[in-house]
Design a protein around this ligand. Structure first.
Ligand code: ATP
Ligand code: PAF
Ligand code: BAL
Length: 295
């Protein structure tokens, strides 16, 4: 595996691959690699002739300066973790390769980036859309692999690739979890033991809420119960807990569209997210009280 830090060096290699007709699969990351990232790399290895992994902690997608400073940077051990996957290139661009002097372009994807993480992290998806576009162009990706853990990000990138004719297939990969159900995330490393012990309850409560909704509990009631359960285990700071309709993630208005339940909470100063697809024949959107008020 070659480590490359300049886009001109990268282009020299990808052009040669292109001339010999090889396909390129790319996994974009911010480093601190774990089994979630590595599952994307394994899928890329199966799908493409050549595999590039990128590591770039993108300052433009951090709405919180402290989060940017505290973000783990572990390039050496990341490279060791990639060794068994036969990755061709680890691209760790110098910052000026992404944001040269005078950089003045921002890509905004509207609609799908509204609300959820886009609502509570202002500017986040502009930063993601801009860097993803640059990295996909620099790597000349035929395929790129995104985790469903960051589901809104996945849908933002799908919209972006379609709208800008990026000519890269976006491949969704399932969320990889710890044995206790917690979605793997680089930020899990920052949880203290007490917060780490509480964190799996996020998934458990999402699951029980989905079951209640499928069984006909009105959505507002099911969400209120979930909030109470989260609070009772000390998870008081809930950024959002919401149902959204696929694929544009609009607020749930039509009761029989494929739907997903989204959550973001703060635990011990760390923001954790998760989501769960809910397929139900029909949702009960109104409580009994609301129904009788409409009648
Ligand atoms: N548990 C996971 N399962 C599957 N894919 C994942 C998982 N965690 C991250 N990914 C994917 O890996 C890619 C890079 O993500 P990123 O580097 O932000 O990792 P992260 O662990 O999500 O870090 P963060 O703490 O910033 O959320 C994204 O496509 C993301 O969805
Ligand atoms: C896609 C990404 C690498 C862009 O910085 C980042 O948002 C991430 O790690 O999910
Ligand atoms: N995992 C998405 C990148 C971020 O949280 O900034």
């Amino acid at each position: 595996m070659k480590i490359i830090r300049r886009k001109s060096d990268l282009r020299a290699v990808t052009s040669a691959w292109r001339r010999s007709g090889e396909t390129i699969g790319v996994v974009l990351t911010m480093g601190a690699l774990h089994s979630g990232h590595l599952s994307l790399v394994g899928t890329a290895r199966d799908r493409a002739d050549r595999v590039i992994v990128t590591i770039f902690v993108n300052p433009r997608q951090f709405d919180n300066p402290e989060d940017l400073v505290n973000y783990p940077r572990t390039e050496e051990s990341d490279a060791e973790k990639l060794a068994p996957f036969d990755v061709d290139i680890l691209y760790v661009p110098n910052p000026e390769e992404i944001y040269p002097d005078g950089f003045a372009t921002t890509i905004t994807v509207s609609g799908v980036s509204g609300g959820l993480c886009g609502g509570t992290r202002p500017g986040h998806f502009d930063g993601v859309a801009t860097v993803v576009t640059k990295l996909l162009l620099q790597t000349d990706a035929d395929f790129t692999f995104f985790g469903e853990k960051d589901y809104q990000q996945l849908q933002v990138v799908r919209r972006l690739a379609t709208d800008l004719d990026l000519n890269t297939e976006i491949v969704a990969c399932p969320t990889v979890r710890e044995e206790d159900g917690l979605a793997m995330s680089s930020r899990n490393l920052r949880l203290n033991p007490e917060a780490r012990a509480a964190a799996p309850l996020i998934r458990r409560i999402l699951t029980s809420t989905a079951v209640a909704i499928k069984n006909g509990t009105p959505v507002p009631e099911a969400l209120a119960t979930a909030r109470q359960e989260l609070t009772s285990v000390g998870i008081n700071d809930i950024d959002y807990l919401e149902l959204r309709s696929e694929p544009d993630l609009v607020p749930l208005e039509i009761a029989d569209r494929p739907t997903r339940l989204f959550i973001a909470v703060w635990l011990d100063g760390v923001r954790l997210i998760d989501n769960l697809s809910i397929t139900a024949a029909r949702f009960t959107l109104l409580t009994d009280g609301q129904k009788s008020a409409c009648a």
